[in-house]
Design a protein around this ligand. Structure first.
Ligand SMILES: [Cu+2]
Length: 485
């Protein structure tokens, strides 16, 4: 029995024991944002929110307690909820021994506020504080997280509990739902391994337009895996169930806050009406059985509660779900039932079904970006090349203000990568040969040997980081800077 099997067996026991108990954890994890603003302030104007970065423990289940670093002793951190256009001041206090960066993912903020060392944002010094001030835009589901390099230290950056939801409410939300829930997908206690049976396997029928004629014979390096999973801060069955009533419409804000894994999620017997991707409303909302969501991405969906029972909302991969990736959804007056998992009918995910058919303006320039892996071998780490070079590049990619750019992402590796551009939105133009329009995102999965094109209008002057949202890939070369001329 290896370490992972051992941990799994331990968790299975805990899940069985925990399933009958009710704990008030879920409600706590959705604490009102004002709860965060209790710190005394030294500035003239009181901060709207205070985040305290400090070591903490998380009780994933009774007798499964892990130690990590979090924001204000909560995982996820406090929900920061603001109105679009609101001036926001967030005071960040760093109670650790290392510099930290808080990144406001999906917001249009200047480089010196974005929380990114490569863009020149000053750090929150160890045992010091720093105030981030910005105008909250655009409206939608955003989030905040550590943007610190971790390299070989799996207790830093995205491997920690430093992440939280940031909701920017628009002035015209019709509010067509009865309940709103925030669900963050996470893994814990990461370790390095050459075997990753947990990976989502690519579908053999997927197109692979960037596959080289001859496969790379070099053996892969160590990648990050994890034995424990949770939604918010609880292993499946250990927290409060999500309590619903027949006929209710539940707005689910899904976030993948994982440092390394793409997940596919289903709610047994129900469908997700996807209304927004990365917080931006889609042109053609559609019902789907399965939501695929990569590190950094958000999916907003409405689920109509039309099948009474007690159900599992969880990962399709048995290994991930049985190791904690899930939450129980319980209809009123059904408590006596056991939570059931029904595998979904259609497990395919395709961004383009949420788009529209319309021509794109001709871009001013097309920028080809080729991504390759340098396999690390059984004792090393894979390194990543953008157009033949690891970060830093001798010359940055260039934007002219107001220019319209088409970025063509060519993934010449056998892994899928969630690619993120800071401080901008882009529009999906083509996904593995399928054209689409109207889908605005800040992070997009480029499948193994796949090709994705996006259009971006360069309207946010300042250094702009581009990277894979898998922490290890970013740390080992998979990033680049765009500079405005
Ligand atoms: Cu990657």
């Amino acid at each position: 029995m290896n370490r992972r099997d051992f941990v799994r067996l331990g968790c299975a026991t805990v899940i069985a024991e925990g399933a009958g108990k009710l704990r008030p954890a879920f409600a706590q994890s959705l604490a009102h944002p004002m709860a965060a603003a209790l710190e005394p302030e030294t500035h003239e104007r009181a901060a709207d929110f205070t985040l305290r970065i400090a070591p903490m423990t998380v009780e994933l289940a009774p007798q499964v307690v892990i130690s990590t670093i979090g924001y204000s002793n909560k995982v996820p951190g406090p929900l920061l909820r603001v109105r679009v256009g609101q001036r926001v001041a967030v005071e960040v206090v760093n109670d650790t021994d290392v510099p930290e960066y808080v990144h406001w993912h999906g917001l249009f903020v200047p480089s010196d506020v974005d929380g990114v060392e490569e863009e020149g944002t000053p750090p929150v010094p160890p045992h010091g504080r720093r105030r981030y001030q910005f105008v909250a835009k655009p409206a939608g589901s955003r989030w905040y997280h550590s943007h610190t390099a971790a390299m070989m230290d799996l207790h830093r950056g995205a491997y920690t509990g430093q992440f939280g939801f940031l909701m920017i409410d628009s002035a015209n939300d019709p509010g067509l739902y009865d309940q709103e829930v925030f669900l963050a997908l996470r893994e814990w206690e990461p370790f390095l391994t050459t075997i990753d049976p947990d990976e989502e396997q690519p579908n053999p029928s997927d197109p692979t337009p960037e596959k080289p004629a001859t496969p790379d014979p070099r053996p892969n390096g160590l990648e990050v895996s994890a034995p424990l999973y949770s939604i918010n801060d609880k292993i499946l069955g250990a927290g409060e169930p999500l309590r619903v009533r027949l006929g209710q419409r539940i707005l689910m804000h899904l976030l993948n806050a994982s440092a390394s894994q793409i997940h596919r999620i289903a709610l047994s017997g129900h469908r997700f009406q996807v209304i927004a991707l990365d917080g931006n409303l889609v042109p053609a909302p559609q019902p789907v059985d399965v939501v695929e969501i990569a590190p950094g991405e958000r999916v907003d969906a409405i689920v109509e509660m039309n099948r009474p029972g007690v159900w599992i909302l969880g990962a399709l991969r048995n290994v991930a779900r049985q190791s904690g990736m899930g939450i129980v959804v319980e209809y009123a007056n059904q408590q006596q039932q056991r939570a059931q998992w029904l595998p979904p009918q259609k497990a395919r995910w395709d961004y383009t079904i949420f788009g529209k058919a319309s021509p794109h303006p001709v871009p001013d320039q097309t920028i080809d970006m080729v991504f390759e892996k340098v396999p690390g071998g059984p004792h090393g780490i894979n390194h990543w090349l953008v157009n033949g070079k690891e970060y830093p590049h001798q010359r940055e990619f260039l934007f002219r203000q107001g220019g319209r750019y088409r970025l063509v992402f060519r993934n010449r590796s056998d892994d899928s990568h969630p690619l993120h551009i800071h401080r901008h939105l882009f529009e999906l133009v083509e996904f593995n040969g399928k054209p689409t329009a109207g889908i605005m995102k800040d992070t997009v999965i480029v499948p193994a040997f796949g090709r994705v094109s996006v259009d971006l209008v360069a309207d946010q002057p300042g250094l702009t980081l581009f990277h894979c949202h898998i922490q290890q890939h970013m740390d080992f070369g998979f990033k680049a800077l765009f500079r405005y001329t």
